[in-house]
Design a protein around this ligand. Structure first.
Ligand SMILES: NC(=O)c1ccc[n+]([C@@H]2O[C@H](COP(=O)([O-])OP(=O)(O)OC[C@H]3O[C@@H](n4cnc5c(N)ncnc54)[C@H](OP(=O)(O)O)[C@@H]3O)[C@@H](O)[C@H]2O)c1
Length: 289
């Protein structure tokens, strides 16, 4: 398959590029800088100079692709408008081609809100974190676009070793000798390793039917406090997590940081069943030890 990846230098996108290259896809990656172009080339992808803020400049390249993966954002205050502008350009182009090209859109577990003990499947109603509420109409547009094989993947919290969503804990352990958690530490996070997630993206691109939605959770929910303690132990820091008020975290990091306090569980069973997804990293606490 010829696949164009938007956000191919990011945490999720770079793993997706690597997985697609490994599986024999011809991969092009949008690069908004020379550094990004070099990173993509080093991963075996063809850099396509361009910015999601000016899609008209690189849109013709979409015509040559069998599929597009969208995992690009700058988490800026205008990310909703930026994404809308991108979809306004991309969807009509794909629909006009009428080749059933795939468009894999990245959603996220925070769109389900706090699920408590319920384990969110793809049928769970959305209750998005306000900072990401704009994603719900966007993904509905993707799934409804005529002539397009629209696919949505909702990644759980993405980790890799002490990187990804674990990086803040590791930074605290190293620099403060204690680990802060947003909330009281009892919230559960659904989790997925970056490389397991990338395999799911590749499987979805290759096998998902039009309208396919998949929750990417290898672990349905692990208490944040347990993660914080495991990371503290690994770095020889004080193992008692330090609770942080949610409002204070939102004021310091941005409204999106309220997502860290959501108590969520999410199931990846549909991807396992329908796509043959077999996540390998299912014991993050043991791995941290
Ligand atoms: N990480 C998670 O745990 C997680 C969980 C659920 C959902 N998600 C969602 O997944 C998506 C990607 O997240 P991520 O963690 O992979 O983000 P990330 O690591 O910050 O990567 C963002 C990517 O977007 C690119 N980008 C940003 N602005 C751009 C622009 N104007 N033009 C072209 N490219 C641009 C960046 O390129 P540069 O290299 O040039 O900066 C980078 O490749 C987001 O929508 C996020 O909400 C993430």
């Amino acid at each position: 398959m010829k696949t164009l990846v938007l956000g191919g230098t990011g945490s999720i996108g770079s793993a997706v590029v690597a997985a697609l290259v490994r599986r024999g896809h011809h991969v092009a990656g949008l690069a908004r800088s020379d550094a990004a172009a070099r990173r993509l080339a080093a991963m075996g992808a063809e850099p396509l100079p361009g910015d999601i803020r000016a899609p008209e400049r690189w849109l013709p390249a979409v015509d040559r692709a069998d599929g597009v993966v969208h995992a690009a954002t700058d988490f800026g205050s205008d990310m909703a408008a930026l994404d809308r502008g991108l979809m306004d350009a991309l969807l009509p182009r794909l629909s006009a081609n009428a080749r059933g090209q795939a468009l894999l859109y990245t959603g996220g577990c925070w769109l389900y809100g706090a699920t408590g003990d319920a384990i969110a499947t793809e049928l769970h109603p959305f209750d998005p974190l306000p900072a990401f509420a704009w994603m719900v109409p966007a993904l509905r547009r993707v799934l409804a676009a005529p002539g397009v094989r629209g696919i949505v993947v909702h990644p759980a919290m993405v980790f890799e070793g002490v990187e990804g969503v674990f990086a803040r804990f590791a930074d605290d352990a190293r620099s403060l000798g204690r680990v802060r958690v947003v909330g009281d530490g009892r919230a559960r996070w659904p989790l997925v390793h970056r490389h397991d997630l990338a395999e799911l993206y590749a499987l979805a691109l290759e096998r998902a039917p039009p309208g396919g939605c998949y929750n990417a959770a290898a672990i349905d929910g692990l208490p944040v406090g347990a993660i914080a303690r495991a990371i503290a132990r690994r770095f020889g820091a004080d193992e008692t997590p330090v609770p942080r008020a949610v409002d204070a975290a939102a004021a310091e990091l941005g409204e999106w940081a309220r997502g860290y306090a959501l108590d969520q569980r999410m199931s990846g069973d549909k991807a396992r069943r329908e796509l043959g997804w077999r996540p390998l990293w299912r014991e993050p606490l043991a791995d941290l030890a």
